[in-house]
Ligand binder design. Structure first.
Ligand code: HEM
Length: 421
């Protein structure tokens, strides 16, 4: 079978029994909802709730030191156990997840607005910090004042409150000029989008409840729209939760138990709560793993896929910056290879993209396939890759100023050629 031609089928994604955890039921085809393409009613009706969230601001009043009444400490511990046990795989899902998060315009605009990740160098620094903060939520108890996770949570809350204030107080003119990279003298790094859009134009999707084109724009026009709203927050949260729970084995999560995945959702319910997501809009506030999977599946099918049709050069530019920034750690995260893999997992054929992929991009695709689908099934591989991941982050945090300066001075083709376009 050619991996590039076939994504996960309905019912795949089942895992084997987690070793050493005889109490927990194995995640099998029968214990987990199948990966059907059609989301259930509860998932679809949740989209209606989320849509209302575009006019509801993030909740900055949530106290950091009080635990929510629904908190289940054991489940949260299970979630941390899962995230640290499968650290390499879980962190790896967050890279393709950004391609989905960036497809939502009102999630991308604040990132362009603050200008902290719009070049590969800036993205390297920004996402190194992001991953370290998120890892601290996986590795320490963020409800404990003395923990690293608590400190990171407090810092992120301040960043969100700051961007919320700045954007909602900005003039229309300032917003117009600062929320896009298009038209900048330094150029826009977008080479594959037009070809990719041919694939999306041929995709079979249901656009009946797509708020991307209509809702955000409409509410902006009516003056009710707020930046950094509940819909944006929930959509970002979806990015962190969806891939590990919908497609575990496609990202190297083999042998996870249902309890593990439920714990991971509970962890993200708590993170969402502390970051100001009201329970009503929290992706993980549903009743159990299947409910969260239904919600995520509905978002993928009804919003993400149709949303791909409206992608802009901003999307490609910002995502390329992330990938190139990641390559500074060592790695070959090529744009075509990463996108082709994500589309394969989501079941979106991309023949036009494949026709222009370089050998390096094709190699990235197969490297992911090999690592996630094969290598991580081998006993011991998970621990080794977790170790290498941690080592890489340690190295990245301790690079010399001269190394940083060299990276900062790199001039990319898109910058060099920008005045000729
Ligand atoms: C559950 C949802 C979210 C999570 C887990 C999350 C996570 C984070 C983290 C870890 C950072 C720290 C980055 C650093 O250390 O430099 C951060 C910063 C930031 N986040 Fe979020 N975020 C979420 C939602 C959002 C949303 C919805 C927006 C905007 C619509 C947003 C915009 C920002 C901005 C502007 C920064 C400051 C850094 C920058 O300018 O790039 N975040 N977020």
């Amino acid at each position: 079978m050619c991996a590039l031609e076939s994504g996960p089928k309905s019912g795949e994604g089942a895992s084997r029994r987690g070793k050493g955890d005889a109490r927990s039921p194995p995640v099998t085809a029968s214990s987990m909802a199948p990966l059907a393409r059609t989301p259930g009613n509860s998932g679809v009706s949740f989209l209606g709730v989320l849509s209302e969230g575009s006019t509801v601001p993030l909740d900055t009043d949530v106290p950091m030191n009080s635990k929510p009444p629904w908190l289940d400490e054991d489940l949260l511990r299970k979630g941390r156990e899962f995230a640290t046990k499968y650290l390499f795989a879980v962190v790896s899902t967050q890279v393709p997840a950004l391609a989905m998060i960036f497809s939502f315009q009102s999630g991308l605009e604040p990132l362009i607005f603050t200008g902290k990740s719009d070049t590969p160098y800036k993205a390297y620094r920004r996402y190194l910090s992001t991953v370290c903060r998120i890892m601290s939520w996986y590795e320490t108890d963020f409800f404990d004042k003395k923990s690293e996770g608590y400190r990171s949570m407090a810092a992120v809350r301040i960043m969100h409150a700051s961007v919320f204030k700045k954007m909602n107080e900005a003039s229309r003119e300032e917003l117009r000029s600062k929320t896009t990279v298009t038209g900048r003298e330094t150029g826009v790094w977008s080479t594959h989008l037009e070809v990719l859009k041919k694939d999306f134009a041929e995709m079979d999707v249901d656009e009946s409840i797509c708020p991307f084109a209509g809702l955000s724009t409409a509410s902006k026009e009516h003056g009710e729209f707020v930046f950094v709203n509940q819909l944006d927050l929930a959509f970002t949260q979806f990015g962190f939760v969806a891939l590990p729970i919908l497609y575990p084995e496609y990202f190297g999560i083999h042998g996870a138990t249902k309890e593990h995945l439920e714990g991971y959702c509970h962890l993200w319910r708590c993170v969402g709560y502390l970051l100001g997501i009201k329970d009503r809009y929290n992706i993980c506030s549903g009743d159990g793993l299947d409910a969260t999977r239904e919600r995520c599946r509905a978002i993928v099918e009804k919003w993400v896929k149709p949303g791909f049709r409206g992608l802009t050069p901003d999307w490609e530019h910002m995502y390329r910056c992330v990938l190139e920034g990641l390559n500074y750690y060592g790695g070959f995260n090529t744009f075509g290879g990463m996108i082709a893999y994500l589309m394969w997992v989501l079941g979106i054929p991309v023949p036009h993209l494949r026709s222009i992929m370089t050998w390096m991009e094709t190699a990235t695709f197969y490297a992911q396939w090999f690592i996630f689908r094969f290598l991580l099934t081998i006993p011991g591989a998970r621990a080794i890759l977790n170790y290498i991941l941690r080592l890489n982050f340690k190295r990245a945090l301790n690079v010399s100023p001269a190394w940083l300066q060299r990276k900062k001075e790199i001039i990319y083709d898109y910058e060099r050629l920008s005045d000729k376009i």
